[in-house]
Write a new protein. Sequence first.
Length: 84
Amino acid sequence: MFHFFKKAGTAKELEHIIAEINMNMQNNYKDAAQEALRNLEEKIDEFTAQKILDDRQKEFYCSMLEDYKTKLKSFCHKEQRPYW
């Protein structure tokens, strides 16, 4: 009956995950940022399969996901060098 509340909740959930990714990237928490990215991808796939996201939302969040994937591609601990 109140399906529109469910859609609003999904957008908030995705926005919360995106905020978590941004926070982890700014604080240089590499593993947490990668984990949040995987979580975002899973949620987008889940909401798409359940047809909760409409086409415009799906396109928007998928483009954001691809942007974050390119940003986080080399975002790992391997690039850190010890300076002692």
